[in-house]
Design a protein around this ligand. Structure first.
Ligand SMILES: Cc1cc2nc3c(=O)[nH]c(=O)nc-3n(C[C@H](O)[C@H](O)[C@H](O)COP(=O)(O)OP(=O)(O)OC[C@H]3O[C@@H](n4cnc5c(N)ncnc54)[C@H](O)[C@@H]3O)c2cc1C
Length: 296
């Protein structure tokens, strides 16, 4: 039996692993995808203290290297449920079943979509939620970015370096992202901002995006559409535990405890004010410190 199983190997989960290992807890990390989580979707991180303009994928690789260096056990499996039997947590994956005294949920979020016709069909064929992963496919082409937060602004700046033109489609009349990013976007020649619009329709040609129609009647001939309209928590597999709020985020107290003893949650999967790399790492340190205190 493990002292601690951490579900998710984004910066939150890996930080928890590092601190647990160093506190001599018998810990296992589990992830269903690429270690580093959301970092793999970020072109450049410029606001993490001590790291000057690091590529998201390099940051993610460094985290995995640290896991290997510290010999922290990890598995690439998908967690499908967590059950509680007396004091024991049973973590079931698509391959195995594990037991632990404590569990930290660090499963992050997934992108939201507009919900328009053809959207899911055209995912990977013109529609994307990751400029870092797919931007290069649109070299010298025109693309649209939908959104008004920091992610939309940051990834538009990246796309502007590759693409011929980037339209940013904002349904409001102002941006809600970082002011510095907004300023940079406004000073970038090949970015055009279109305010108070929604995408009404995606049109395809030969199975790929050809143009989009906006609700102001405008038609934009774009080869790619990048959607940054927010995120929803990866918590479907925890529905039965009764630890989620009405929006699907895990509810925790100031010690990152859920209402079940020994089950904690950290990072983007919890309801909080600031969703950043540094805050996910911070959550992890507090949660592990609490587990260490209780288990000593
Ligand atoms: C485009 C974009 C740009 C951003 N830029 C910045 C920035 O410049 N600076 C900054 O500080 N923050 C930035 N952020 C926010 C930052 O990326 C997140 O706050 C942070 O990565 C959250 O970390 P996390 O560990 O909570 O979750 P994640 O990084 O999302 O990791 C969650 C992990 O859980 C795994 N997982 C999910 N479900 C399961 C399951 N069932 N079984 C097993 N594993 C599972 C996933 O595969 C994933 O690896 C950005 C976000 C986006 C989307």
């Amino acid at each position: 039996m493990y002292d601690l199983i951490v579900i998710g190997m984004g910066i939150g989960g890996i930080t928890a692993g590092i601190y647990a290992e160093r506190a001599n807890l018998n810990v296992l990390l589990i992830d269903k995808g690429a270690p580093g989580g959301m970092l793999n979707n970020i072109e450049t991180v410029s606001n993490y203290p001590g790291l000057v303009n690091i590529k998201g994928t390099d940051f993610a690789k460094n985290l995995l290297d640290q896991v290997k260096d510290l010999e922290i056990p990890y598995k690439f499996e998908e967690v499908i449920s967590v059950k509680v039997k007396d004091d024991i947590k049973i973590v079931k994956t698509n391959k195995e079943e594990y037991q632990a005294k404590n569990v930290i949920i660090a499963t992050g979020t997934k992108p939201k979509f507009l919900g328009l016709d053809k959207e899911k069909d055209l995912l990977g064929r013109g529609i994307s939620t990751c400029a870092t992963c797919d931007g290069a496919f649109y070299k010298d082409k025109d693309v649209a970015v939908i959104g008004s937060g920091s992610s939309a602004l940051q990834e538009s700046l990246y796309l502007a370096k590759i693409c011929h033109k980037v339209y940013i489609l904002n349904r409001k009349n102002r941006f809600k992202g970082e002011k510095l990013l907004e300023k940079k976007v406004k000073n970038t020649e090949n970015i055009e901002l279109i305010y108070e619009v929604n995408v009404k329709e995606y049109n395809e040609k030969d199975g790929k995006i050809d143009n989009i129609i906006l609700d102001n009647g405008q038609k934009l001939n774009v080869a790619g559409v990048f959607i940054y309209i927010g995120y929803k928590p990866n918590t479907d597999m925890f529905q039965d535990l009764n630890i989620l709020d009405e929006t699907g985020y895990v509810q925790v107290n100031e010690k990152y405890e859920t209402n079940i003893d020994g089950i904690y949650a950290i990072g983007d999967v919890i309801k909080k004010n600031v969703y950043q790399l540094v805050t996910a790492a911070n959550d992890a340190v507090y949660a592990v410190s609490n587990i260490t205190k209780i288990n000593n």
